[in-house]
Every structure is written in C-alpha cells, then in structure tokens.
Design a protein around this ligand. Sequence first.
Ligand SMILES: Nc1ncnc2c1ncn2[C@@H]1O[C@H](COP(=O)(O)OP(=O)(O)OP(=O)(O)O)[C@@H](O)[C@H]1O
Length: 245
Amino acid sequence: MLHIEDLTYRFDRDAWPIFQQLSLDLKAGEFVSLIGPSGSGKSTLFKLITGLLKPGQGKIQIAGELTSGRLGKVGYMPQKDLLLPWRTVIENVLLPLEIVKEDKREKSHEIRAWLSRLGLEEYENAYPDELSGGMKQRVAFLRTIMTGRELLLLDEPFGALDSLTKRTMHSWLLGLWGELQKTVLFITHDLEEAILLSDRILLLQNRGIQEYKVILPRPRNSESIYQPEFISMRKELERLIQHEK
Ligand SMILES: Nc1ncnc2c1ncn2[C@@H]1O[C@H](COP(=O)(O)OP(=O)(O)OP(=O)(O)O)[C@@H](O)[C@H]1O
C-alpha cells in the first residue's frame, strides 16, 4: 500500500538532512505506529507522503503509483482536528465530498449512520465549539474516512485527550479498524497506545528506522494492556528506545 525507498529530505539546501535514504513498506490492511523523539521528523514524513512536501531524492509509491499527483491519494488527519468552526458537524464531514464534487445527498444517509455509531447522532447540527475534545476527534476521523482513501495517516489524533477519553477512543478505533480494513500509519508518543493498536511499531531516529513487531493476538481491547505479554513488550520497547538514545 505504501512503499518508500531511499528517501532523502532536507528543508534547506545547506541543512543536515532530516531523512537520509529512508525506506519503509506498509502492507494493505496493516496498522503501523511511528514513534520517535520530538523533532525526529514524523510529521515531516507525513507531509512528504501526502505530497505537501517534495522529496529531495528517493521515491514514494502509494498502491503502486509513483509520487507525482499524490495529493488527494491519502486520508490525512493532522494533530489538530482542524474542523471548520463555521460549519456544523455534518457539514464538516461532508467537506471531502464537496471538494471532489461528489453527490452529497447520496452520502448523507451513510454519514448519519456513521454519526449514530460514533455516538454523535444528536450533534449533527452542532458547531465544533459545542463538542468535547473526544467528539471533535471522532468528527475529524469520520471526515478522514469520508475521503474514501485506503491509506490513512493519523498524526497523534489522541495526543491532547485525557487518559480516560483516550481509552474509549482506543476501543472505538480498534473496532472500527477491524471493520474498515484500511491501512493506517499512526504517529504517537504514547508507547502503550502504539502497542495496543499496532501490528508493527517503527522507531524513527537519527540512524533511520528501526522496526518492532507487536506479537499480541487480536482482537485487542482496553484490558489487553494488563496482560503479562503486553507489559513485557512495553518494557522491551522502552529498553530499545533507551538503547537508541
Ligand atoms: N518548515 C520547516 N522549515 C524548517 N525546518 C522545519 C520545518 N518544519 C519542521 N522543521 C524541522 O524539522 C524537524 C522535524 O520536525 P517534525 O515536525 O517533522 O518532527 P516531529 O517528529 O513530528 O516532532 P513532534 O513529535 O514534536 O511533533 C524539526 O527539527 C523541525 O524544527
């Protein structure tokens, strides 16, 4: 679904490259988390994948297609929900369809069903200001799904939420991902979240990417974090990060 090969990128011609010959692959339907210290380039990598930034060298392919014209090929959810404050919940969710001039009436029914599943049926006509943080993220996620893209790039979507809301969002996302069969690349600073959600974890640091496979059976739920395998995996991952430092 995503193939990155020998990617090199620097912001300025004279600057040290953020990535040097970086390569990674994502299989269709995988859930992969990207972790790494602040400033290691996680968000920059997302901007390169979406096409908002152009790579210096190397290639990025999405579903076998080469880099050019990548804009609009992925569903991208940035750190902030970026809901338009003057639009209601349903108008925000309909935005991707408006952009590609799809028939909104046809999809309205589907969107209402989604809003109901996400516990937002009573908020269809509310404005973003009237929603809690968790609700805003659900609306932003639904808008990302409505792009209809197979590859979703989620940049720390739950970073600003309190731990209880975050847990609810995890259960919700695990259920949804199992059903939607999308490929997800997910940025997080939270190791527990990364282990709970992912098939693989990619640690991004100075020397490139290091991979960590999460060998935990699915389906997983919020109780999975108390399993001994989960705890030892977390310890191992922490050790790996310390070692890399
Ligand atoms: N437009 C820009 N021009 C120059 N340097 C930039 C620009 N955007 C980001 N950088 C630099 O690139 C590096 C990587 O930034 P990026 O935001 O990708 O890191 P990150 O790993 O996502 O960080 P965080 O975990 O804090 O979100 C940082 O050193 C940052 O200062």
